[in-house]
Design a protein around this ligand. Structure first.
Ligand code: RIB
Length: 317
């Protein structure tokens, strides 16, 4: 079983020609609502990946924003440990999505801020705890500490970006970050390879947008190019990657295979609008993997070079 502990938001999404610059007003298209939040998105990605019973600890307000989030989680088969915060709003995110699929997100955490150390359920039977940083950092640290003490694998997606306290770094088994988050955690502005070398966590996975991803697992380096898709909305692509990766690891797949599936699922999530609405099923991921079975070694070479790895550093070929 996998436990995801984290945020749930209602996403208010407007498609626009371009993301407004500071001080600029742009006219967008219709307003749309989607269930979102990094925690809930990752729980749904885990559940849709199949093969892993997924539960989620989340805090919701006593307002209608909570309804579509609960519906979406239960439709995906995620069992919820709900904390209802009276007189609080459920978390909300305001998202502009540009015509080239990029986004800008502002989150009002609302009830997510109310999650406390005491809310963690009994951890018996869980193999992995998946965390993000849209809930209070001291609470995330405490959840990670308790899980680590009980021999549960702790996976942290350090998003939104912030530097991490030593107590948290000490109990993480797998860190998942994008390039900006990696630089912040590593406290270094060099290339991916040099940042990876500075983070003292057993396994660090870095997502690199449409380029793909790479990982340092102990001394082993794995580099995997991305899948080419027509991007409509990149929202929740990273969350999909995290959920699918953990579901695959739970099923004892190798890190290399798990990264490949997560990469494919993240790419598919970019092809549809919305957060949880865009997360693919296991079957859709299988189909993409089947259609793109042939590896292009020149793309792997190019990605290795981009990351700053020497030829002898690479493995997973
Ligand atoms: O990662 C995407 C998510 O970030 C959105 O669903 C939004 O709610 C914010 O949490």
């Amino acid at each position: 079983m996998i436990l995801v502990a984290g945020s749930a938001n209602l996403d208010f999404v407007i498609q626009v020609q371009h993301i407004p610059a500071p001080g600029e007003t742009v006219l967008g298209r219709d307003l749309a609502f989607f269930p979102g939040g990094k925690g809930a998105n990752q729980a749904i990605a885990c559940a849709r990946a199949g093969g892993a019973t997924t539960e989620m600890l989340l805090a919701l307000g006593d307002d209608w924003f909570a309804d579509p989030i609960e519906d979406s989680l239960s439709e995906a088969g995620v069992w919820m440990h709900r904390v209802i915060m009276p007189k609080s709003r459920t978390g909300a995110a305001f998202i502009s999505v540009s015509d080239d699929g990029e986004n800008a997100i502002t989150v009002a955490p609302g009830a997510n801020s109310g999650l406390s150390a005491d809310d963690l359920p009994e951890l018996g039977g869980f193999s992995h705890l998946l965390l993000q940083l849209e809930t209070p950092l001291d609470v995330v640290t405490e959840y990670a500490r308790v899980a680590h003490e009980q021999g549960i694998k702790v996976v942290l997606n350090a998003a939104p970006a912030q530097s991490l306290p030593a107590e948290l770094l000490a109990v993480i088994d797998i860190l998942i970050v994008n390039e900006g988050e990696l630089a912040l955690v590593a406290d270094h502005d060099g290339n991916v390879a040099s940042c990876l070398g500075r983070v003292e966590i057993p396994c660090v996975v870095t997502t690199l947008g449409s380029r793909g991803c790479c990982a340092r697992n102990g001394d082993e380096i794995i580099v995997q190019p991305g899948f080419e898709v027509q991007a409509v909305d990149t929202t929740a692509a990273g969350d999909t990657f995290c959920g699918v990766l953990v579901a695959a690891l739970h099923q004892k797949q190798s890190l290399e295979t798990a990264l490949h599936r997560a990469n494919a699922a993240g790419a598919l999530a970019c092809t549809r609008l919305g957060a949880q609405t865009s997360i693919p099923s296991c079957g859709e991921v299988d189909l993409l993997l089947k259609d793109t079975a042939a590896e292009d070694s020149s793309r792997r070479e190019a990605l290795s070079k981009y990351c700053g790895f020497q030829a002898q550093d690479r493995s997973g070929d």
